[in-house]
Design a protein around this ligand. Structure first.
Ligand SMILES: [Zn+2]
Ligand SMILES: [Zn+2]
Length: 294
């Protein structure tokens, strides 16, 4: 299996529009681990379309508890369970993730109990383990290391960028954040930086369209990053490939890929991908032990 990153859902925010992209979720397959990062609406379907057998769901990481990142976590786990999940799944999320999960299984008590009784399934509550993490090392297992960095996403304080390292390769997710200088050191030398991005002219049009005006604009600028600033982080960090996702706006017919590329151009001359739902990138091959260059 080639190690890969698939951007499953690429729009910022939870709203859906006809023909448009879906909220945030990603798949990282690295060193034999299969990791889902964020579970916005559509994650289950997108995983199956990416060829993932839900039975083999292994690890889930949630960056923060905004619904465009967590709405489908419960439904994904439940669907994996009905697909025959046999091995435990661990979900790493910020404080509050366990509360979400407890309430989710409670809301589906009828279905869960009946399937245990009627179909002889193992109890889903025993198959899912929730680990709440904070800044620092979230996981270190068999050469696979995950590190978290608190970013700036007011009014949410528990929001974390994530860095995945294995076999000399590294992939970093910015999570939702305002321009945050600390990300440059955190992402240093990464093979891929997946950064959220917003386009100023698109935001003005979005604000006009959705009708709650100044307040929405204020929120967006205080808690998200303009594409040119995401590019600045990528340059400072000297990453090898910048991927923009969690796009705001994501479904404006007047905004094209060229607009995104133009916004990034002055600050970033390296490899660039403007993510679409289903965009797939191969990771470089594992660096044999002892020759690691990180
Ligand atoms: Zn978001
Ligand atoms: Zn958010």
């Amino acid at each position: 299996m080639t190690d890969r990153l698939v951007l499953l859902g690429t729009k910022g925010g939870p709203a859906l529009r006809p023909g448009g992209p879906w909220p945030t979720s990603s798949l990282l397959e690295i060193g034999g681990r299969s990791i889902v990062i964020d579970c916005g609406l559509g994650v289950t379907r997108a995983l199956t379309e990416a060829g993932v057998n839900l039975k083999s769901l292994d690890l889930v990481f949630i960056t923060h508890l905004h619904s465009d990142h967590v709405l489908e976590l419960g439904p994904l786990l439940h669907t994996a369970w009905t697909a025959g999940l046999a091995e435990p799944v661990t979900v790493y999320g910020p404080a509050g993730t366990d509360h979400y999960w407890q309430k989710f299984v409670q809301s589906l008590e009828f279905d869960i109990e009946i399937r245990i009784d009627d179909e002889g399934r193992p109890d889903i509550r025993d198959l899912v383990r929730i680990e709440e993490f904070t800044e620092g090392a979230a996981l270190d297992a068999g050469g696979f290391v995950v590190t978290a960095l608190r970013v700036e996403h007011p009014p949410v304080s528990e929001c974390f960028a994530l860095r995945f390292d294995h076999g000399g390769r590294s992939v970093v997710f910015s999570a939702d954040t305002a321009y945050f200088e600390g990300l440059a050191a955190f992402a240093v030398g990464a093979d891929i930086l997946v950064h959220e991005a917003m386009l100023e002219k698109g935001v003005d049009r979005l604000v006009e369209r959705t009708g709650n005006g100044a307040r929405l604009r204020e929120h967006l600028f205080a808690s998200h990053t303009l594409a040119q600033d995401a590019a600045r982080i990528a340059s400072q960090a000297e990453v090898k490939h910048l991927v923009l996702h969690h796009l705001i706006p994501a479904d404006d017919p007047e905004i094209s890929e060229d607009d995104w590329r133009a916004a990034v151009r002055t600050n970033w001359g390296g490899e660039l991908t403007i993510a679409r739902d289903g965009t797939e990138l191969r990771l470089p091959n594992e660096v044999p032990q002892g020759k690691g260059a990180r």
